[in-house]
Design a protein around this ligand. Structure first.
Ligand SMILES: [Zn+2]
Length: 78
C-alpha cells in the first residue's frame, strides 16, 4: 500500500473532506483527523453546517414537493 492517509497534507484532506462526508465515510475516525486538530475543527464546523442544512430541508421538504411535481408532470403527459 503506497497511500498513507496520515501523511496527506491538510490541503489534500480538506479537498476530500466534503466528498468523504457525502459518501457516508467515518470521517471522525479518519487517520488525518486523529492527528490534526485543525482539520478536526473544520470537520466539526462542517457537521454543524450539515445538521443545520438537514433541519432546514426537513422543514421545507423540497424533495417531496419536487417529486410530486415530477409525478404530476408525467401523468399529464400520458
Ligand atoms: Zn489537517
Amino acid at each position: 500500500m503506497t497511500f498513507d492517509p496520515k501523511s496527506m497534507s491538510c490541503e489534500e484532506f480538506q479537498s476530500q473532506m466534503a466528498e468523504l462526508v457525502g459518501s457516508g465515510a467515518d470521517v471522525a475516525n479518519h487517520p488525518h483527523i486523529q492527528d490534526c486538530e485543525l482539520c478536526r475543527r473544520l470537520y466539526e464546523d462542517l457537521q454543524t453546517i450539515a445538521d443545520a442544512a438537514r433541519q432546514l430541508l426537513a422543514d421545507q421538504q423540497p424533495e417531496d414537493n419536487l417529486w410530486e411535481r415530477i409525478e404530476s408532470a408525467i401523468k399529464k403527459g400520458d
